[in-house]
Each structure stands twice: as C-alpha cells, then as structure tokens.
Design a protein around this ligand. Structure first.
Ligand SMILES: [Zn+2]
Ligand SMILES: [Zn+2]
Length: 265
C-alpha cells in the first residue's frame, strides 16, 4: 500500500473531523440551541443535509440536541446534567445515552425558564421525515458500510481499518471531548458557577490554536461560552481563535445567514 493512499485517507479523515466539528458547533449548537443567527428555510435544509453528510452514522436529531444542550446549561455539574462530566467517563456516557433517549421519548417536561419543552420544540429547526431517516439504525449502518467499502476498494489493509472507528464515531467523539474535557482540562477566563474550562493553553503558538479550533469547532472555549451563552463569538480575548465564528461572519457577508447582534451576556 502506497504512502500516497494513506495520505489521502488521513486527509479525508481530518477533513471529516473539521467539517463535523463545524456542523456541530454552527448548526446544532449556535444556530439551533442558542439562535445566534437566522437563515432562510432553504438554507436551513441545506445545513440539515450538510450536517448529515458530515456526521454520517453519528447524526443526531437537531431538536433533541438543542433540548439536551439547554438542559446542560441549566443543570451543569449536577446529577440532572444530561452529560454529567463529574460522574467520570462512563457515568457521563451513560448519562448522555439516557438523556438522549428520555428527550426523544418526551420524558423531560421543562426547559430553563420553565418553558414547556413541547412548546419550545415547535420553534426549533425540524425536518421530521428527513431526520427520521437520517437518525435511523439502518441509515447509520449504511454509512458505516459505505466507509468500510471505501477502505476496502482502496485496498487499505490491517491496522488502517482502525481509522474507521474515528469515521463512524466522529460526532459522539466531538461531543464527548467538549463535554468531558471542557469541564476539567485547560484554563478559565470567567468565574462561572460550574467547572467549565477552555481546553488548551494560552501559551500555545497561534497556529496550534487555529488547528485546535478547526478540529473542535471553536467549542474548546467552553468556559467562555458557559459565561456568555448569548455571544456567538466564543473567543473572548485577543489571543483566542474561534474558526466557526469566522466562518459565520463569512456566511453573514455572503447573505446565507444573518448574525444576531451580540448581547453582553
Ligand atoms: Zn458545559
Ligand atoms: Zn451552549
């Protein structure tokens, strides 16, 4: 097997990682969960499809993500947190799966501010028939089979098949990385009443900060975001980088989205 072939697969995997991180941060988090911007119905459908392509087997129904995320902000670091990092890796994973199922099955009744979830869901981005297919088990299996087929056709052998774990679980890996490491690893700009941190370090060279932001979608500045949830730019100091917000500014200039005015908090 040639090094060129390995290079292509690695490049494709890194590209998938960057696109998946952007879609999670931009579409699920900043658009659906926090409404940092608006867009037309046509553009919204386009981002549904792009997110499905980027996440493949890890696609998560958008309104379920948004509800889960708002509950995280409300209950951070308590036993009601849908991704309770304080319970350790396995406790958090168990919590995430349980919360996902409970929200999908309508077992949570209220969002922060005592807004009934039933009412909130009506206002969240939805494309019901599309998402039923995208989040179905057979579609997830089809994606995994497709990735395997690409490796097989290209003739990758042996241990390289291990990269499939990244391809298949890219979405959950991102979710885990932010919600676990973003609650104990890194530095804090703000004294919030939770354990949120900005993953990384101030002393990293600028190019490393850009790379980290591309790989994690800017979400690594989790403490900044917990402190100012309404602010679409997660970089709060001059030496911080938020590549997803840079892309959002470009999309705004192109007229594809409209950024909302940034509030103070
Ligand atoms: Zn958090
Ligand atoms: Zn948030």
């Amino acid at each position: 097997m040639g090094t060129g072939l390995v290079g292509i697969i690695l490049l494709l995997t890194v590209s998938q990682c960057v696109l998946a991180a952007f879609c999670q941060s931009f579409f699920y988090h900043r658009y659906a969960s926090h409404r940092h911007c608006t867009m037309s119905a046509g553009a919204e459908r386009g981002f549904f499809i792009l997110t499905w392509i980027a996440l493949g087997p890890g696609y998560m129904t958008v309104w379920v993500y948004a509800v889960m995320h708002r509950l995280h902000h409300k209950h951070s670091d308590t036993d009601d947190d849908p991704h309770p990092a304080h319970l350790g890796i396995f406790g958090m994973l168990r919590g995430m799966v349980a919360a996902n199922l409970a929200i999908s099955q309508g077992k949570y009744a209220y969002l922060p501010g005592n807004e009934p979830i039933r009412d909130a869901v009506r206002r969240l981005p939805r494309w019901d028939w599309f998402e039923r297919i995208a989040a179905s088990y057979w579609m997830r299996a089809a994606w995994a089979f497709l990735y395997f087929g690409v490796y097989w056709v290209l003739g990758l052998g042996g241990w390289w098949y291990g990269l499939l774990v990244l391809n298949v679980f890219m979405g959950p890996i991102h979710g885990f990385a932010i919600n676990y490491f973003g609650h104990f690893l890194g530095y804090r700009n703000h004294e919030t009443n939770d354990t949120s941190t900005n993953i990384g370090s101030r002393i990293l060279p600028y190019w490393m900060k850009v790379l980290l932001s591309l790989l994690l979608g800017g979400e690594e500045k989790h403490n900044n975001h917990h402190d100012k949830q309404g602010r679409p730019n997660f970089a709060h100091t001059a030496d911080e980088v938020d590549t997803t917000f840079a892309a959002m500014r470009l999309l705004d200039r192109l007229g594809i989205i409209r950024l909302r005015p940034s509030p103070a908090s």
